[in-house]
Design a protein around this ligand. Structure first.
Ligand SMILES: *Cc1c(COP(=O)(O)O)cnc(C)c1O
Length: 378
């Protein structure tokens, strides 16, 4: 990203940008739609998805079971949508039966929303099933998915799952600094854009499309971020997306076994929802999770994810997505053990690390292979 200042109207600029659009489509697994890039955090692409495809007063179906699903629902209300929001316990995922019931009873629903990976609770929902429920109800609504902490880390199939708007950001699985969002848009959503009347300007699909087709942007893009994205995509394709997904699963499983060996439980309430990109851990009765985070940060120089909102004080999180390997996860577990013990939890030092080590020894097979982008990291 540390490149000299560049002219974003120069004749050679599309040589950088056009392959980025094409390669991002591969990451979304979106063949017939397109991908937009905005100089905003993920929240900007949430707004772009709504304001470009819906109309004020449209009825939409959403669910809330963590801080991120909560925030998108709050945004939808503030933008003037008629939101049916189903509240579930934090630790559960998208409530498919409730979605099925609402979609069967109410044919006016224009948008169905799902948070693929709820980062606050470490819960992954099954998006293919959301689409199946919509199809079974004969719904022609658009499917909106928050894939910010899932894309490029766990399998995501925009086209196969019938996702119309797929939101992501630069700072999670794409391993970049924060400040850029990407939005995968289906052909159906591009069609819906034509008749949607919500006000939009900076995020307009139409303005973007016209410039993007030629490899340019309607305003100054963040050129360093575009170079960062090039590197990120090269890392992902060099390792191979299926291998990237396997690595995340392996790393996550080791962390979960470590947590289990410490006698702690996850915020995610059922294995079907366990996230391979973040593990949210409940602290034992009487142990303040915020204190675990403070100790981790100041004493052991480890930034654990704090418990957000409803689970503040009772949950802390280990993020395990992106440029990461087994040894890094062991370090996180070791620091968690020390921080928990210092905060008053009765944990046996080394028990979590040992369980993860056992698992990694059995699950990590490559001996001769080039260690690749994850090798030698420390
Ligand atoms: C990080 C994240 C976001 C994006 O938030 P920004 O701070 O705007 O980048 C949205 N949804 C989920 C699930 C996230 O993990």
């Amino acid at each position: 990203m540390n490149v000299p200042m560049q002219d974003h109207r120069a004749p050679d600029f599309p040589e950088l940008t056009l392959p980025l659009f094409a390669d991002l489509k591969k990451v979304f697994a979106n063949e017939t739609g397109r991908v937009f890039m905005y100089p905003s955090s993920g929240t900007g692409a949430w707004e772009a998805a709504i304001s470009n495809t819906l109309n004020r007063g449209d009825r939409v179906l959403m669910s809330r079971f963590g801080q991120f699903s909560h925030l998108w629902a709050a945004m939808a209300r503030r933008l003037g949508l008629d939101v049916i929001c189903i509240d579930r316990e934090w630790g559960e995922g998208v409530p498919l039966e409730d979605y099925a019931r609402h979609l069967a009873e109410d044919k006016t629903i224009k948008g169905v929303f799902a948070c693929h990976n709820e980062t606050a609770t470490g819960v992954t929902s099954n998006i293919a099933s959301v689409r199946r429920v919509m199809d079974e109800a004969g719904s022609d609504a658009l499917l909106f998915v928050d894939a910010v902490s899932s894309l490029a880390s766990i399998p995501f199939e925009q086209e196969a799952w019938g996702v119309d708007l797929a939101v992501t950001g630069s700072q999670k699985g794409l391993m970049m600094p924060p400040g850029m969002s990407m939005l995968g848009v289906s052909a159906k959503a591009l069609e819906a854009h034509k008749s949607s009347t919500m006000p939009r300007c900076y995020f307009s699909f139409e303005d973007m499309r016209t410039s993007n087709d030629l490899g340019y942007f309607p305003y100054t893009p963040s050129t360093p971020m575009l170079h960062g994205l090039r590197c990120s995509l090269d890392l992902l394709f060099d390792e191979g997306l299926p291998q990237v997904f396997q690595r995340h699963h392996r790393l996550a499983e080791g962390v979960r076994r470590g947590v289990n060996a410490l006698g702690l439980s996850l915020c995610a309430l059922h294995p079907q929802w366990y996230s391979d990109t973040v593990t949210a851990i409940r602290t034992p009765e009487g142990v303040d999770a915020a204190e675990v985070c403070r100790i981790g940060f100041y004493r052991y120089r480890t930034s654990f994810g704090a418990g957000l909102s409803k689970v503040a004080g009772t949950v802390f999180r280990i993020g395990h997505l992106g440029h990461l390997n087994e040894v890094m996860c062991l370090a996180a577990l070791a620091s968690a053990e020390m921080s928990l013990a210092d905060a008053g939890a009765k944990v046996e030092l080394g028990a979590g690390v040992a369980a993860a080590q056992d698992y990694y020894r059995s699950a990590t097979t490559a001996l001769e292979a080039d260690p690749g982008p994850q090798g030698g990291a420390s």
